[in-house]
Design a protein around this ligand. Structure first.
Ligand code: PLP
Length: 271
C-alpha cells in the first residue's frame, strides 16, 4: 500500500491582490510557504498599485467570494485563517460564516491605510472589522496608526490595546514600524499577562508588505501548532530577516524577501 504524503497545514488567506507582489495574497503565499504550511488563497479585492502607493481597490463581489469559500471549505481542512484587506462591508457575512464554521485560529491584519498613504478602508468597513470580525480573532496585528484609528480618542497605545482586547479578541500585537522611533517596537497585549515589548533594530526602508508578511507568517505558525508566545516571536524574527534582505522591484518602497536568502552576500539594498 502506498503511504499518502504527509500534508502541510492549510492557512486560508483572505487578502487583496497586489500586482507588484509586495503585499496581499502573494505576500501571504510566500510567507506561509516559508513556514512549511500551505496557503489557500481567496482574493477579497483586486488593486491598482505600485511600490509607491495604492491607486484603486476593486472588491470581489460578495456572492463570488461566498461561493469560493463554500467550495474550498467543503474540500479542505483549514488549520488557521489570515484576514487582510477587506474588500467591502458586504463581504463580512461570508467571512464571518467561514470563521464560525472553521473554528481555528484567526489572525487579522486590520488593513486601513497603505504605507504610501492611500486610505484602504471606509468608515463602514473599519467599523465592521471592529464590531464583527475583531471579536472573533485570536490575534490582531494593527500598526500604531491602525490601533489609534480603531480605538480613537485614547492617549496611549496601551489604552488602544485595552480597548481592542475589550472587543473580544484574545491577543493584540501593535507594531511600531510606522512610528518615528529609533527602534521598531512591537508590543503584545493579552488578557492574562503584562504587555511584552519586542525591540527590533530599525532597518533602512521604507518597506511595502511587512504587515501582510507578519500576519500570514503568524497564522502559519499557529496552524503548525505553535503556542502564541512562540508563534509571535518566530513570525517577528522571520519578518525582520525578510526586511533585512529586502529587494527592490520598483522605484518606490522595498519589498520583503520572503522565500530565499539573496544569492550573493551583499546583494541586498540594506547591506
Ligand atoms: N495592498 C494590499 C492588497 C494590502 O493588503 C496592503 C496591506 O496590507 C497594502 C496594499 C498596503 O501595504 P503597505 O502598507 O505595506 O504598503
Amino acid at each position: 500500500m502506498i503511504t499518502p504524503p504527509a500534508s502541510s497545514p492549510l492557512v486560508l488567506c483572505l487578502s487583496g491582490h497586489d500586482p507588484v507582489g509586495g503585499a496581499g495574497l502573494q505576500a501571504d503565499i510566500e510567507a506561509v510557504a516559508a513556514q512549511g504550511a500551505h496557503a489557500v488563497g481567496v482574493i477579497t479585492a483586486l488593486t491598482v498599485q505600485d511600490t509607491h502607493n495604492v491607486r484603486r481597490v476593486s472588491a470581489v463581489a460578495p456572492a463570488l467570494l461566498a461561493e469560493q469559500l463554500a467550495c474550498v471549505l467543503d474540500d479542505c481542512d483549514i488549520a488557521a485563517i489570515k484576514l487582510g484587506l477587506l474588500g467591502d462591508i458586504a463581504q463580512v457575512v461570508a467571512i464571518c460564516e467561514t470563521v464560525d464554521r472553521c473554528r481555528v485560529p484567526l489572525v487579522i491584519d486590520p488593513v486601513l491605510r497603505a504605507g504610501g498613504g492611500a486610505n484602504l478602508a471606509t468608515t463602514a468597513t473599519a467599523q465592521a472589522l471592529l464590531e464583527v470580525l475583531i471579536p472573533r480573532a485570536t490575534v490582531i496585528t494593527p500598526n500604531a496608526a491602525e490601533a489609534r484609528r480603531l480605538a480613537p480618542g485614547l492617549d496611549t497605545l496601551d489604552a488602544c490595546a485595552g480597548a481592542l482586547l475589550a472587543r473580544g479578541c484574545a491577543h493584540v500585537l501593535i507594531t511600531g514600524g510606522d512610528e518615528a522611533t529609533a527602534t521598531a517596537d512591537n508590543v503584545w497585549y493579552s488578557h492574562a499577562a503584562a504587555p511584552v515589548r519586542y525591540v527590533w533594530p530599525r532597518l533602512p526602508g521604507p518597506f511595502h508588505g511587512a504587515g501582510c508578511t507578519l500576519a500570514s507568517a503568524l497564522a502559519a505558525r499557529l496552524a503548525l501548532g505553535e503556542a502564541i508566545d512562540a508563534a509571535l516571536l518566530t513570525a517577528q524574527t522571520y519578518v525582520h530577516d525578510c526586511l533585512d534582505h529586502a529587494q527592490r522591484v520598483g522605484r518606490g518602497r522595498l519589498i520583503p524577501r520572503r522565500l530565499q536568502p539573496p544569492a550573493i552576500p551583499g546583494e541586498s539594498p540594506n547591506r
